[in-house]
Design a protein around this ligand. Structure first.
Ligand code: SAM
Length: 215
């Protein structure tokens, strides 16, 4: 579990009292760790997966967009929560998403997922559907661009979830001036200044921000 933001004992307690990943998600994590090496850290954590499934079930979206699919953990969790809607995944990597495709098939959700490959600033710009729910988890420097594209296409009342918005808490410490921390800090400032949305930052995993487009 990614839990830099809470004490290790509390993190363990939270893990023990949250629904565990099933055999398929465990298999996907294991394979990702084997093939992706250090990039395994890009995968969302099990508690985030439960969160994404539950929020999809609760919001019953018709159109969901994910920016940043990697080997498919978050998309599998979202797709499992769908009840008739469709998940549109955007990523630039054929290599990583070929693993995702395999797990969508294994999980019996391939028929509710569309994958578009390419730089997401371009592919999202060509996406012309109204979005009910979005999960943003791609390259951090482009978060502002993705945000504008997603919010413009989101229905009033729709929800955008942005991942890694606390950077292990480093965003709150001015001494941290690494590029990604600065990029996320700027993104967080952009979002809280936007009168179109209501915002809640959750200290879950590496920070997840819930951004609701105001009705
Ligand atoms: C943090 S990982 C996503 C993790 C995924 N949500 C999961 O649960 O496993 C980020 C992904 O963004 C993708 N990405 C990076 N730059 C991109 C770009 N310009 N356009 C589209 N996808 C991009 C990478 O290929 C990578 O798969």
């Amino acid at each position: 579990m990614k839990a830099d933001l809470i004490a290790p004992a509390v993190a363990q307690y939270v893990y023990e009292h949250s629904t565990k990943p099933d055999a398929l998600l465990q298999e996907l994590s294991k394979e990702t760790a084997e093939v992706a090496g250090g990039n395994f850290a890009m995968q969302i954590s099990p508690d985030q997966g439960v969160f994404l499934t539950m929020i999809t079930q609760m919001t019953a979206p018709d159109v969901v967009v994910e920016v940043g699919t990697f080997t498919g953990y978050s998309s599998l969790c979202i797709a499992r929560g769908l009840s008739g809607g469709r998940l549109h995944c955007f990523d630039v990597s054929e290599e990583w998403t070929s693993i995702a495709r395999r797990y969508w098939a294994k999980g019996g959700v391939a028929d509710r997922v569309t994958l578009t490959l390419g730089p997401a600033l371009e592919t999202l710009a060509a996406f012309d559907q109204t979005i009910d729910l979005a999960f943003l988890d791609a390259d951090k420097g482009n978060y502002p661009g993705y945000y504008e594209l997603l919010i413009a296409r989101m229905r009033p009342g729709g929800l955008l979830i942005a991942d890694n918005t606390l950077r292990s808490g480093n965003v709150a410490d001015p001494a941290h001036d690494e590029r990604t921390t600065v990029e996320i800090r700027e993104f967080n400032d952009l979002v809280i200044e936007d009168p179109r949305v209501t915002v809640l930052m959750l200290p879950v995993a590496d920070g997840m921000t819930l951004i609701r487009k105001n009705p």
